[in-house]
Design a protein around this ligand. Sequence first.
Ligand SMILES: NC(=O)NC(NC(N)=O)C(=O)[O-]
Ligand SMILES: [Zn+2]
Ligand SMILES: [Zn+2]
Length: 499
Amino acid sequence: MEFQKRSFFSLLPVIASILLFFLKFSLKTAPSGCSLLHHNHYWISSKRIVTQDGVISGAVEIKDGKVFSLVKEEDWHGYIRKGQIVDFGEAVVMPGLIDVHAHLDDPGREEWEGFPSGTRAAAAGGITTLIDMPLNSEPSTVSEETLKLKINASKNRIFVDVGFWGGLVPDNALNATALERFLRAGVLGLKSFMCPSGINDFPMTNITHIKEGLSVLAKFKRPLLVHAEVQLDIADKSVKDDNKDARLYSTYLETRPPSMEEAAIRDLLTVSENTRVGGPAEGAHLHIVHLSDAQSSLNLLKNAKARGDSISIETCPHYLSFSADEIPDGDTRFKCAPPIRDAENKEKLWEALRGGDIDMLSSDHSPALPDLKLLQQGDFLKAWGGISSLQYVLPATWTSGRKYGVTFEQWSEKPAKLAGLPLKGSIAVGNYADIVAWEPETDFDLDQNHPSYFKHPSISAYMGRKLSGKVLATFVRGNLVYKEGKHAPAACGNRLLAT
Ligand SMILES: NC(=O)NC(NC(N)=O)C(=O)[O-]
Ligand SMILES: [Zn+2]
Ligand SMILES: [Zn+2]
């Protein structure tokens, strides 16, 4: 008895250190519900890991939400602990997509989309960060106060990381103090429209507003994103005068010709030279959202970039996947602005993306209540514009782009740079472990039986298509937030505010 007692006491330090080890381990595991995985330190392995130095076969070591090391297969023997490997075999492991253009419409129009459904759709589609547009929420994000509403509305309701663009509107554009307060409150940059946005509290800006906005943005080194179309009365008038059939896509196309984009861009180029090194708005940057016209507009922008203007360009999967002649009569799911143009234009967009003249991709996911799309009536002139696509942008881009080549720079690295997120956009040591694993070779039918996480699958232009590229799993800062149809129960996305 005496002996047993003594041996118990002599074992105390051992028991204590075992207890301490488990306590430390449990403290280090992810907070409950944020991840479908219970490790805080683990490896993601695959035969195809996309890194900055090319594709490797090996593993990504993840610790405390960040990439701790990259291990090539030939070096990993004895290095990796068994039981802490998430193996994706032949699937591609690459940086999560960063979508710099999504309308989540929250607060105020949650019935259109909302933070919970939108960020779950993002996770299911391999998007690990998205930047929310300042319009279609109610109110629009156009001031420090309205940004606070966004920040509050997103609390514990986002499943991926979310940042916010702020609106540049006539009300704040000529008021540098208000704009500075707005930028100090954390918007990652500003966004403005050069034509009516369709949203009452988001009026369009003229070139003077834009010039003033750029000079304030220069101090903060943040970008201005512009919807570059200006209204040309001639186009609208010819359609109305001739009483054209509003169920034909060609009728809608006539109301928004490439010359609307071109005129806006000509206007913008009169102030973008200010962003050059040594210019009065050096530090500011102009980003053209959803470029559709791959001819004159693109050429003008190319030349301005070559002259040293700080400009970048995005286009979206719908301009790269569809062409005007394929859009069925009355199918208003395809209505967006600027419009989807002809097949030759689509080829030119791909060429420009491949050649680097177009810098990046974004979804411009912009859903609305199905009623507003007037699907029964099929009236392209009256229906609400905007393509619903968030969850399917990776397979959609891949399906049409595999023959041209799509790179992770376009979906992750360059978007991260635009949004000012230095620890995102690539799988590199020290970066956040924002990762998607997907199977490029797997095809699926996007029909009613396919699980969709955004609110209104019926209005998605991709519904009814066969797509290639199946997302298996999505990790946000090391948390496994999505795996094969299952989401992590807790919404642990971070709100990304500029400092
Ligand atoms: N109010 C909107 O959501 N507009 C959006 N609509 C589109 N692209 O058709 C946009 O980005 O311009
Ligand atoms: Zn737009
Ligand atoms: Zn948009």
